[in-house]
Ligand binder design. Structure first.
Ligand code: SF4
Length: 251
């Protein structure tokens, strides 16, 4: 684990909601635009824990933290400010599937809704989270943007597992100037096919790339509009939401 802190969610369906973020280290892929490079390697070591909600007054502890200690750290922030939910994020949290299961169960037991932020590639641990995770924010990876090769079949199976868990599930797609149109269309069509209920389709959030690291260019306004047009012709529920936490200069 690398940090526990209180912040305003800046992405996708819960944008603007106050959450406690619990960030686990380690990721199984390497996206070009990743803005959490320090969380990519799974490691023991220092973990910063916020003491006052939103103040960034950290105490440094030693990771891994005991489950009870994480619950106490979250509870301290939650008692100071009413929060909407907890974001279990990374890295890729499901690399530590058993730990995520135990954390999510402990949080749910306290009545705190849990949102899992995931790259949507690790199916078996997702299947073990039925009933304990309230929300799943799943990335749909595009090689033309991320520079990673994630099998479309894996992402499709993951989405089915997330929906089967009972969690409210949505899909986030980072779009950039290099987005390949065929790959993009195939991704949107996959989500459309996975939506079991046409009256309540899985929501898709297009997130214009915020330049970071090796990804130096954002899509133009014209590209964003054109991709939104394409997506809406394939799927009825698609919104464009940029990273608002970066727009307001928040961690
Ligand atoms: S999946 Fe997320 S944490 Fe992993 S490299 Fe990509 S952006 Fe970074």
């Amino acid at each position: 684990m690398s940090e526990v802190f209180s912040a305003i969610q800046g992405e996708a369906a819960l944008v603007g909601e106050r959450q406690v973020f619990v960030r686990l280290t380690g990721c199984n892929i390497r996206c070009t635009y990743c803005d959490q490079p320090e969380a990519l390697e799974r490691r023991p070591g220092p973990c910063r824990v916020e003491l006052t909600a939103g103040r960034r007054d950290w105490s440094t502890e030693s990771s891994p933290l005991a489950i009870g200690r994480v619950v106490d750290a979250v509870g301290q922030l939650w008692d100071q400010v009413p929060h909407h939910s907890i974001s279990l994020t990374g890295g890729e949290p499901l690399l530590q599937g058993t730990r995520v299961e135990r954390l999510a169960g402990a949080f749910a037991g306290r009545g705190w809704p849990v949102m899992l932020e995931t790259n949507g590639t690790l199916v078996p641990p997702m299947r073990k989270l039925a009933g304990v995770v309230a929300y799943v924010s799943m990335d749909l990876k595009l090689r033309s943007v991320d520079g990673e090769t994630v099998a479309a079949a894996t992402q499709s199976t993951f989405l089915a597992a997330a929906l089967a868990s009972g969690a409210t599930t949505w899909v986030k797609i980072v779009i950039g100037p290099t987005t390949d149109l065929d790959e993009f269309d195939a991704g949107i069509a996959m989500v459309a096919a996975a939506s079991p209920d046409t009256s309540a389709p899985v929501e898709v959030f297009l997130q214009p790339l915020t330049p970071f690291g090796a990804a130096t260019a954002a899509p133009s306004p014209e590209q964003v509009l054109a991709l939104h047009d394409r997506a809406l012709r394939l799927h009825p529920r698609v919104r464009v939401v940029p990273q608002t936490h970066k727009a307001i200069g928040q961690l």
